[in-house]
Design a protein around this ligand. Structure first.
Ligand SMILES: Nc1ncnc2c1ncn2[C@@H]1O[C@H](COP(=O)(O)OP(=O)(O)OP(=O)(O)O)[C@@H](O)[C@H]1O
Ligand SMILES: [Mg+2]
Length: 505
């Protein structure tokens, strides 16, 4: 069977009419599957030497979260380089990025594979990959026909990308689409919560407001701060990081504002404070809830008057700094408890941004799992890493108190475990590779039940529960914090911090 004029005309019309639709890419890919009779089809966008799936059909859902670097994928690299239709022979040595990711044929390798690079003017903007299980599946299509399909899809993709840019147009987004920029951390996720967050980031990035970023531990607050900075007019200037929790009160002031030589015993040199370093840029104050009250007063002063005083210096100095602050604590609660200044809270939270917990992000769990599988695969030089259906389900059921950081570590650990039995490097992650079982919600009710009577404050109840778990785990591990942290799958520093906050230490 080859493509008739009518079928080509119908995809042209279909592509054009679908363009205004929000899931335009998904429609496009469905049309192509019908047209080409493929088992798996993916539309990929090309940017920064990597391919990012925009829509998939016939492939595991987690493929949407995978990012395929050219350097790690010779097959995609060949498509990017070719400038024309590429047909891979069935016995091609080049690994297929989708091996094991076609759910209907999970144990089979891809046999027929076509790649169509997509161009706008002379620039590569994407690729279409078309895979089939039958080696001869696409032989009936001529190169000319496939080229024509490629040209139609490229046109539709280009228009769609332009439209997307227009839709996201805010003053700052015109310069950098902040949330999409891949400078050390793309924000993977398509859930409503994360789409909303990306919009808010683009809006707030363009303003010069201070921003308070809230959310549980490991949700990506730092990533949000970086996205705001890189989407702002200050992007070319420094983003300076300061963790308020790691600051002993005695050095905190000089850390923030600097000191002059001789300011105190041991001050043998001038020292530049973080505020000065961030001049004309952004200062990211992480864990702002831990900032001692005395320093809160000094910080407030800078935010009000825009000038700083170095320790030991009578004169003050003007700085132009935008402050982004983050916390996983309930600052309002802290204000009520007298631990955080109300006036500082109001200054900082002119534009509050809340980062949703992973358990509230629905299928983002799958996407992020795919993202981390592919990332670890490339880093560890493995051939393929896929999730079994059981593993995907387990990841969905679990409630991720440590959020994305916990997921990242869980995937990494699962890979290490799975690799032990598979030196060939083609790994299928199964439920038993994840050690989440003991904390999966199903096992919780018994423990939680005795807490529920009289619970009228979820936060307090949760704290109490965590306190008990930590105490018990410590006892079970001979008071070793490191061992307890391992068992609880927490970073040991985070466990210390949590214990400190809960008053266990
Ligand atoms: N949407 C996302 N897509 C991909 N990776 C993400 C995403 N969000 C977070 N991450 C990754 O998860 C890890 C934790 O993120 P981050 O350090 O920003 O969390 P956090 O909210 O600052 O946590 P904490 O409160 O513990 O400081 C990082 O490795 C980050 O790159
Ligand atoms: Mg952080």
């Amino acid at each position: 069977m080859s493509l008739s004029i009518t079928s080509l005309a119908s995809i042209a019309i279909d592509l054009q009419s679908g363009i205004a639709h929000p899931d335009r890419f998904a429609r496009l890919i469905r049309t192509l599957r019908q047209l080409l009779g493929s088992d798996a089809t993916a539309l990929l966008r090309y940017e920064d030497r990597q391919f990012c799936p925009l829509a998939i059909d016939g492939l595991a859902q987690d493929v949407l979260g995978r990012r395929f670097a050219l350097d790690a994928h010779p097959r995609l690299e060949a498509i990017a380089r070719a400038g024309d239709v590429v047909r891979f022979p069935a016995d091609s040595e080049l690994p297929d990025p989708y091996d094991g990711l076609i759910p209907q044929h999970s144990d089979l390798k891809v046999h027929a594979c076509l790649g169509l690079p997509l161009f706008a003017d002379q620039n590569l903007i994407g690729a279409l990959t078309v895979d089939g299980m039958n080696p001869l599946q696409f032989d009936s299509f001529s190169d000319e026909e496939l080229r024509l399909v490629g040209a139609l899809v490229a046109g539709a993709l280009n228009t769609a990308l332009l439209m997307e840019q227009l839709e996201n147009q805010t003053p700052a987004a015109a310069v950098v689409p902040a949330a999409r920029k891949n400078d050390g951390g793309e924000m993977v996720g398509l859930s409503a919560g994360i789409e909303q967050l990306k919009k808010e980031i683009e809006i707030v990035a363009g303003s010069d407001l201070n921003v308070l970023i809230t959310g549980e531990t490991g949700v990506g607050k730092e990533l949000v701060a970086r996205a705001i900075h890189s989407g702002s007019a200050r992007a070319a200037n420094p983003l300076v990081y300061l963790n308020c929790a790691a600051l002993p009160e005695s050095v905190a002031e000089s850390e923030l504002f600097g000191h002059v030589k001789g300011a105190f015993t041991g001050a043998i040199h001038h020292r530049t404070g973080k505020f000065e370093m961030a001049d004309n840029g952004t200062l990211f104050l992480d864990e702002i809830g831990e900032l001692p009250l005395t320093l809160q007063a000094k910080l407030l002063r800078v935010l009000q008057y825009g000038d700083i005083q170095r320790v030991g210096d009578d004169s003050s100095q003007r700085v132009n700094v935008r402050v982004l602050a983050a916390t996983n604590r309930d600052l309002k609660q802290q204000v009520l408890a007298g631990e955080f200044r109300a006036d500082l809270f109001h200054r900082l939270s002119v534009f509050p941004l809340h980062v949703p917990a992973l358990r509230e992000r629905g299928d983002d769990i799958t996407l992020l799992a795919g993202f981390f599988c592919e990332q670890s695969r490339a880093k560890m030089g493995l051939k393929q890493v896929v999730l079994s259906a059981g593993a995907r389900e387990l990841l969905h059921r679990y409630d991720w108190p440590g959020n994305i950081r916990e997921l990242e570590h869980a995937i990494y650990r699962a890979i290490v475990l799975a690799r032990a039995g598979h030196p060939a490097g083609e790994l299928v992650l199964e439920p038993q590779h994840f050690q989440l079982a003991e904390v999966v919600p199903q096992t919780m009710p018994a423990a939680a039940a005795d807490l529920t009577p009289g619970v009228d404050n979820l936060r307090q109840a949760t704290d109490e529960f965590q306190r008990r778990v930590i105490v018990q785990t410590l006892a079970a591990n001979g008071s070793s914090w490191a061992a307890a942290a391992r068992q609880l799958q927490l970073d040991v520093a985070n466990l210390h911090r949590l214990a400190k906050r809960l008053g266990v230490k």
